[in-house]
Design a protein around this ligand. Structure first.
Ligand SMILES: [Zn+2]
Ligand SMILES: [Zn+2]
Length: 102
């Protein structure tokens, strides 16, 4: 009855290692898949990488966002209407009037 016991440690070790590896791989893949959605976008004019907070492209100077003329909320330049109040943005009526801020 002693031979069946042998060295079960190696089996458990291999199984445990496999489990850890699988869990790590899962976490790693999930992180990798989630990253691009959350962080960088690219400039439509020059293709440079942009942070979501940028108002202008640091690579080519293209205006990315402006302020709503009605509620002064942040409006991206490609949006036609303010998401907060629904006002048509200045960029679509005519070329951006310059705005109060430079
Ligand atoms: Zn750019
Ligand atoms: Zn608005």
């Amino acid at each position: 009855m002693s031979c069946t016991w042998g060295w079960p440690g190696t089996d458990y070790l291999a199984l445990g290692l496999l489990l850890v590896l699988a869990a790590w791989l899962l976490i790693f893949l999930r992180r990798k898949a989630m990253l691009p959605q959350r962080t960088m976008s690219s400039c439509s004019a020059c293709g440079g990488s942009l942070e979501p907070a940028y108002f202008r492209c640091p690579h080519c100077g293209k205006t990315l966002k402006g302020h709503c003329p009605n509620c002064s909320g942040i409006v991206e330049s490609r949006w036609r209407y303010c998401p907060d109040c629904g006002t048509q943005t200045a960029t679509t009526k005519q070329e951006y009037k310059g705005g109060a801020e430079s």
